[in-house]
Design a protein around this ligand. Structure first.
Ligand code: NAD
Length: 266
C-alpha cells in the first residue's frame, strides 16, 4: 500500500498519476491534486524535473517516455502495485516542434510566407505524432486496463485549441491534437461501460515553457485575437481537476475548450 500521505479535499483517499508532471500544466495539476488530498505520482521523460516537482509536494516520481508502451505499462503497474488502486490519471505529456516555430519566426521577421509543410521532415512529423498521439494511446490503454477491475476511475487527456483554430505552420501538432480529441472521445464511450470517465481539455495559449518557444509574431497575433490573453497553468489545472473530480461525475467524453475567447489567427 502507498506510503504517500493523503489529505482532505476533493481527492482525499485518491491515488493519481500525472504524465508530463515535470513542467507547465502537468506540474500545476500535480500541485493542485496534492493540495486537494490525492497521493500523487509524477511521470515525465525528464527525470530530474519529475523528481523536483514530486519532492515539492511529497509525491513519488517516475521517469517514463510515453512513446514506450512497455515503460508506460510498467509505471502504471508500479503505481497500482504500491497504492492498490489508481483513481485519477491526467495525461499532459506532449510536445510542439521548435524547428517549425523557428521557421514561423523567420517568416514573421522577413515578412515572407510561412513554409513549414514544404520543409517538414519525416522525423519531425513522427516525433510529434508519436509523443502526442501514440503516447496518449499508450496511457489510455494502460490506465483503462488498470481501472477496469476497480469499476471506477477518471482520466483526463490534453488536446489543444490548435486543432480547432488551426494555426499557420502547425500541421503535425494540429493533426496530433485533433486525433487526441477523437481517440479520447472514442475510448470514453467504451470505458464508461466499466465506470471509468474519460474527458479532455483543449487549451488555448497557456504561459508555460512550451509557450515560451512561440514566435513573438504568433504570440502577438494570439494576444490580439484573444479576449482574455494567455492563461496560467493553474487555470488549466482548475479545468483538468474539475473533470477528474466527483463534481464532474456525469461528464463523459467532453472536450472542454479553455482558450479565453476567440483565438483564430490566420
Ligand atoms: P511543457 O513543455 O511545460 O510540459 C510538457 C511536459 O511533457 C514536459 O515536462 C516534458 O518533459 C513532458 N514530455 C515531453 N515528451 C514526453 C515524453 N515522450 N514522455 C513523457 N513526458 C514527456 O508544456 P505544457 O504547456 O505544460 O504542455 C502540456 C500539454 O498541454 C501538452 O500536451 C501540450 O501540447 C498542451 N497544450 C499546451 C498549450 C500551451 O500554450 N502551453 C496549448 C495547448 C495545449
Amino acid at each position: 500500500m502507498t506510503d504517500i500521505p493523503t489529505g482532505t479535499g476533493r481527492f482525499a483517499g485518491c491515488t493519481a498519476l500525472v504524465t508530463g508532471g515535470g513542467s507547465g500544466i502537468g506540474a500545476a495539476v500535480v500541485r493542485q491534486l496534492a493540495a486537494e488530498g490525492a497521493a500523487v505520482h509524477v511521470a515525465d521523460v525528464v527525470a530530474d524535473n519529475a523528481a523536483a516537482v514530486a519532492a515539492s509536494v511529497g509525491a513519488v516520481a517516475h521517469a517514463v517516455d510515453v512513446t514506450d508502451a512497455v515503460a508506460v505499462d510498467a509505471v502504471v503497474a508500479a503505481v497500482v502495485g504500491s497504492a492498490g488502486s489508481l483513481d485519477v490519471v491526467v495525461h499532459t505529456a506532449g510536445v510542439d516542434d521548435p524547428q517549425a516555430k523557428a521557421w514561423i519566426r523567420e517568416a514573421g521577421e522577413s515578412g515572407g510566407p510561412v513554409d513549414v509543410i514544404g520543409r517538414l521532415t519525416d522525423e519531425a512529423w513522427r516525433r510529434v505524432i508519436s509523443i502526442n498521439l501514440d503516447g496518449t494511446f499508450h496511457v489510455l490503454r494502460a490506465t483503462v486496463r488498470a481501472m477496469r477491475p476497480q469499476g471506477r476511475g477518471a482520466i483526463v487527456t490534453v488536446g489543444s485549441s490548435a486543432s480547432f483554430d488551426t494555426l499557420v505552420g502547425y500541421p503535425h501538432y494540429a493533426a496530433s491534437k485533433a486525433a487526441v480529441h477523437a481517440l479520447s472521445q472514442s475510448v470514453a464511450k467504451e470505458a464508461v461501460g466499466f465506470g471509468i470517465r474519460v474527458n479532455t481539455v483543449a487549451p488555448g495559449p497557456v504561459d508555460t515553457p512550451m509557450a515560451g518557444r512561440t514566435p513573438p509574431s504568433v504570440r502577438a497575433a494570439m494576444e490580439a485575437a484573444g479576449a482574455l490573453g494567455y492563461a496560467s497553468a493553474e487555470e488549466l489545472a482548475d479545468n483538468i481537476c474539475y473533470l477528474a473530480s466527483p463534481q464532474a461525475s456525469n461528464v463523459v467524453g467532453a472536450v472542454l475548450l479553455s482558450n479565453g475567447g476567440r483565438f483564430t489567427v490566420s
